[in-house]
Design a protein around this ligand. Structure first.
Ligand code: NAP
Length: 261
């Protein structure tokens, strides 16, 4: 694949063309910093958004944050997609919401705030990071993939630390690399017999929680930018729908299908 930079297009006024009207999109991790931005963009583009998260309180905050945003409609659903009984979770989602046209998976745990060298990582932190950042993704994929039609799309997010050394946060990098591997294998195994699968490898993203900690830059893409990009993929629009692996590193580099050498 070639490396083809292009700007992530921001519609001048997304309300002019709500191209997701009539479509239902499941956002797993909608209560998170990236998830709330994605949810907001999908609502602006007309989607019915099923916002999944484990915490009722966090979903209520999401409903407040997106209050008045439309023309889409928000359906918060407190559910744990990392529950080992994937079949039961899948049935609950299908019974309550019917058919889905697309899904976006944006879950994970940043790990301990203080940088920890690899050899000092405790077994407890290791186990928690594997559970929250790898097992949870495996189980969420197991729930969601069979819910989507062949003309639907599943968009999964992984961090750029999948590709590089990540001193002080080895488990974030290791689980990102493993997630990328899972998604590439899923794409190959489905080979057109399931929904279109997109693995987005993302750089640092502007979110409200991270900005509140002073971690922010106008050079970065936002959660809403990722939401608009995911919306295009789900709607099968734009130049990137045939690319299962994409890199969205920052505003200047746009969408790439390989890392710059
Ligand atoms: N923000 C960035 O700059 C950036 C860059 C690269 C990669 N990432 C990665 O993208 C992911 C989301 O980032 P974020 O900034 O949005 O994080 P965040 O604000 O902490 O949100 C994390 C989300 O993941 C969900 N979650 C966590 N553990 C889960 C589990 N075991 N099962 C199901 N859901 C779980 C949380 O849902 P609940 O409400 O259910 O707890 C929450 O919605 C993280 O993995 C992060 O490492 C972020």
């Amino acid at each position: 694949m070639s490396s083809r930079p292009a700007p992530v297009e921001e519609p001048e006024d997304p309300l002019d063309e709500p191209f997701l009207l009539g479509r239902t999109v499941l956002v797993v991790g909608a209560s998170g910093g990236i998830g709330e931005g994605i949810t907001r963009a999908l609502l602006e583009l007309g989607a019915t958004v099923v916002a999944a998260g484990r915490s009722e309180a966090r979903l209520n905050r999401l409903a407040d944050y997106t209050d008045g945003i439309g023309p889409g409609v928000l359906h918060p659903h407190a559910v744990d997609l990392s529950d080992p009984d994937s079949a039961a979770v899948r049935t609950r989602l299908a019974d309550r919401h019917g058919k889905f046209d697309g899904a976006v998976l944006t879950i994970g745990n940043w790990g301990p705030p203080e940088p920890t060298p690899l050899l000092d990582v405790s077994d407890a932190v290791w186990d928690a990071m594997i559970a929250d950042n790898l097992t949870s993704h495996f189980r969420a994929l197991r729930v969601v993939t069979p819910l989507l039609p062949v003309d639907g799309a599943l968009v999964h997010l992984t961090g750029l630390s999948a590709e590089i050394a990540f001193p002080g946060a080895a488990l974030v990098g290791a689980t990102n690399a493993a997630k990328k591997s899972l998604l590439r294998t899923l794409t190959a195994e489905l080979d057109g017999a399931g929904p279109r699968i997109y693995e987005l490898v993302i750089g640092r993203i502007r979110t409200r929680p991270r900005a509140a900690l002073g971690v922010d830059s106008p050079a970065w893409l936002s959660g809403a930018d990722l939401g608009r990009h995911a919306a295009e993929l789900i709607a099968h629009r734009g130049p990137w729908t045939a690319e299962p692996l994409q890199y969205l590193l920052d505003r200047a580099s746009g969408v790439l299908t390989a890392l710059p050498q």
